[in-house]
Write a protein that binds this ligand. Structure first.
Ligand SMILES: [Zn+2]
Length: 197
C-alpha cells in the first residue's frame, strides 16, 4: 500500500491481543493521520515502558520500581499473600480493590499437556516467601480450570509443612478461566467466599 514502514507497523500491531490485520490497519491509519498527537506520544510511551518496567523480584508484578508499588506499600497487610496465575489477574484484583494483602504471580498453571511443571512456575519462590515467616494465610486465586485445580492441590500439599493456612477462592463461583474477565462484584464475592483448601 504505502511502503514497507506501513506494512511493518501493521504487521506488528496485528500481533497484539485483540487485534487482527483489519483492526491493525485502522489503528495504523488513525495514527499516521495524526503523527504529532497520536503516534509520537505512543512511541515515546512504548519506549519508556519497555525501558522502565520490570517484574518485581518479590511478587512478579510488573512495575517501574522493584520491589513493586504493592510490595513497597507500608499499608498493605503483609501476612496474607494472594497467589494468581498471571499479572492480568493481579491487576483485575487490584482494580476490584478486594485484596489488601500482597500477591504472588505464579506465571501460569501446572499442565501435563503443555509440559509445564513446578520448575517452570515461581513455586519455589512462593515456598521461600512463606518460609521467611510472618505469613498467616495463602489465598489461591487460580482459575477453575482442570489445570487451575491441579495447581491448587499441588500448592496446598507443598505449603502444608509450613503450617500456613491455605484458602481457595472461586469454589461455587463461576470462574471460567482467567480472573481478568470477571466483573469486580464477582471477584469480591469470590474472595469473600474463600474456603480452607
Ligand atoms: Zn511486588
Amino acid at each position: 500500500m504505502g511502503g514497507p514502514e506501513i506494512d511493518h507497523l501493521i504487521s506488528l500491531l496485528a500481533k497484539l491481543p485483540g487485534m487482527g490485520p483489519r483492526s491493525a490497519r485502522r489503528a495504523a491509519l488513525k495514527m499516521l493521520q495524526q503523527p504529532e498527537t497520536r503516534m509520537l506520544p505512543l512511541a515515546t510511551a512504548l519506549a519508556e515502558a519497555a525501558r522502565a518496567v520490570r517484574p518485581c523480584a518479590d511478587c512478579g508484578n510488573l512495575d517501574s520500581q522493584d520491589p513493586c508499588t504493592i510490595c513497597a506499600d507500608p499499608h498493605r497487610d503483609r501476612s496474607i499473600i494472594c497467589v494468581v496465575e498471571g499479572v492480568g489477574d493481579l491487576w483485575a484484583l487490584e482494580r476490584a480493590m478486594v485484596h489488601r494483602g500482597l500477591y504472588h504471580v505464579l506465571g501460569g498453571t501446572l499442565s501435563a499437556l503443555s509440559g509445564i511443571g513446578p520448575d517452570d512456575l515461581s513455586v519455589a519462590a512462593l515456598i521461600g516467601r512463606v518460609a521467611e515467616g510472618g505469613i498467616t494465610e495463602i489465598i489461591l486465586a487460580l482459575g477453575a480450570t482442570v489445570d487451575g485445580a491441579t495447581t491448587a492441590h499441588f500448592l496446598t500439599d507443598q505449603l502444608r509443612p509450613t503450617g500456613v493456612t491455605v484458602t481457595r477462592v472461586g469454589q461455587g463461583v463461576p470462574i471460567g478461566g482467567a480472573l481478568d474477565v470477571l466483573d469486580d462484584g464477582t471477584l469480591a464475592a469470590a474472595l469473600r467466599g474463600r474456603r480452607t483448601a
